[in-house]
Design a protein around this ligand. Structure first.
Ligand SMILES: Cc1cc2nc3c(=O)[nH]c(=O)nc-3n(C[C@H](O)[C@H](O)[C@H](O)COP(=O)(O)OP(=O)(O)OC[C@H]3O[C@@H](n4cnc5c(N)ncnc54)[C@H](O)[C@@H]3O)c2cc1C
Length: 424
């Protein structure tokens, strides 16, 4: 992998040893010297997250194309970036990223770049002074109400509380029609209001639709067939994926910085689509997060990786303890608090119908824009998990390597895991 740094900035502590310090030769000029057929590169790929990295790897290794991959952040990996903090604990800078998929294709593809550590994600919610499993399961019901129901009785218990909703449209409708108002208010209402800054009544049903309710003791957050974490972390996986002589990387480099300086046949853009078009039709709303990272002088602090705090009296939504995810042995432990905000990096497209209408306008414009493909979470304004983004990039590659004409934004993905909006 060749890594270059635009704007003269070095990645400093974002790139600890073993996390991306190899292969730098430090100048934009050396990237530009890479020229044949009058062009510097075959492809410019904007954004070094899963979308941009997968498509770069495929174009380079699969088609022998020369790729310039840029990112305005000082590191590769996009939101999945992880690194060792000052105490030597592996943390996820942009909040907990748990890998899970039902797609054999996606798992096999990523397995070329990492070995895996088995990990099944568990989440608990802090409700009525207790830590209770979420998604709601048999244990949640029995502990919350001091009961000893079996599965059948728990089903009847929930059915008696569920409120029939004729036309399930909103996130509130979904939950109330399944478990009733009381459990909705204890576990979902406050969390969703904090997370999205709007009432669940105004949020599309997709946000909570896929969070299951169980009447067994299964306390896994996901039920996908493949649940594993990359053995040495996500950043190492990205480094291995991008370690190809046809790929050059420039960090600290915005798309606009390279615009005319580099020549290429076509671009693949994985940043926000409205930004690409200078917000011509207005801004697509995003919800963001502020992370507060802390290291504590104790071995472990909470029983599971993530504890949700649905109460609106608590300003954060959840606390993550990273050692649960990574399996790292260390005498200290690192956690992060998440505070949802409107400003900041664009993380979550807000699933409301008027926003989707606005996106459609950008999508139509993208279709009329030659030589640029939009892919990834921000390029598609979709709530995609990592496996879905990998599947989308692999599908784009299949199209690019074949002769079929393609839409500028590809919504086709592999057989993928359900979206889990309440979790990530
Ligand atoms: C808090 C949080 C938790 C999550 N948890 C999970 C989880 O547990 N499991 C799961 O499967 N998924 C999870 N996700 C989703 C996951 O992060 C995404 O699916 C995945 O990272 C998307 O990859 P991407 O390449 O599309 O976008 P990103 O990872 O966002 O990468 C896009 C990159 O493009 C760069 N960029 C943007 N504009 C420009 C520009 N103009 N010039 C240069 N560079 C630019 C950005 O700097 C960024 O690095 C989570 C997301 C968040 C925010």
């Amino acid at each position: 992998m060749r890594r270059e740094h635009g704007n003269g900035k070095e990645p400093s502590e974002e790139m600890p040893p073993g996390h991306g310090s190899n292969g730098r030769d430090g100048s934009v000029r050396s990237a530009l010297q890479w020229r044949s057929n009058g062009r510097n590169f075959d492809y410019l790929v904007v954004g070094a997250g899963f979308a941009g990295s997968v498509i770069s790897e495929r174009l380079a290794a699969g088609l022998g194309k020369r790729v310039l991959l840029i990112d305005r952040r000082p590191h590769i990996g996009g939101n999945a970036y992880d690194h060792y903090n000052d105490n030597g604990i592996l943390i996820h800078r942009y909040g907990p990223h748990i890998f899970h998929t039902n797609s054999r294709e996606v798992a096999d593809y990523l397995s070329r770049f990492t070995r895996w550590r088995p990990y099944e994600h568990k989440v608990q919610a802090h409700v009525d002074g207790m830590l209770l499993p979420i998604p709601i399961n048999l244990t949640t019901i029995n502990r919350l109400y001091g009961l000893t129901l079996n599965s059948e009785q728990a089903e009847a218990f929930l059915a008696a509380r569920a409120e029939p909703v004729d036309d399930v449209r909103s996130s509130e409708d979904v939950v109330i029609s399944r478990v009733g108002r009381e459990l909705y208010e204890k576990f979902f209402r406050g969390y969703t209001r904090k997370q999205w800054g709007i009432d669940p009544r105004e949020l599309d049903k997709t946000v909570t639709a896929r969070v299951p309710t169980r009447t067994t003791e299964d306390d896994r957050y996901f039920s996908d067939s493949f649940q594993n974490m990359p053995l040495h972390g996500f950043t190492r996986l990205f480094e291995n994926m991008l370690d190809h002589p046809n790929i050059r990387i420039m960090l600290n480099t915005d798309y606009r910085d390279v615009g005319r300086a580099v020549t290429y046949e076509a671009a693949i853009f994985t940043g926000p689509i409205d930004e690409f078009f200078d917000y011509r039709f207005g801004r697509l709303p995003y919800r963001s997060l502020r992370f507060q990272h802390e290291t504590l002088d104790q071995k472990m602090v909470q029983p599971v990786a993530v504890v949700n705090y649905p109460s609106e009296q608590v300003p954060y939504t959840r606390i993550t303890e990273y050692k649960h995810l990574t399996g790292q042995a260390h005498r200290k432990t690192s956690i992060s608090y998440e505070f949802p905000t409107d400003g900041g990096d664009p993380y979550y497209p807000v699933p409301k119908s008027e926003n989707l209408q606005l996106f459609k306008k950008y999508e139509a414009l993208a279709d009329r824009t030659p030589n640029v493909q939009f892919v990834g979470r921000l390029g598609s304004y979709r709530y995609y998990n990592m496996d879905q983004v990998v599947g989308q990039a692999l599908a784009l590659y299949r199209r690019m390597s074949g002769s079929r004409t393609r839409p500028a934004i590809l919504h086709e993905t592999a057989n993928l895991s359900p979206m889990t909006a309440a979790s990530s």
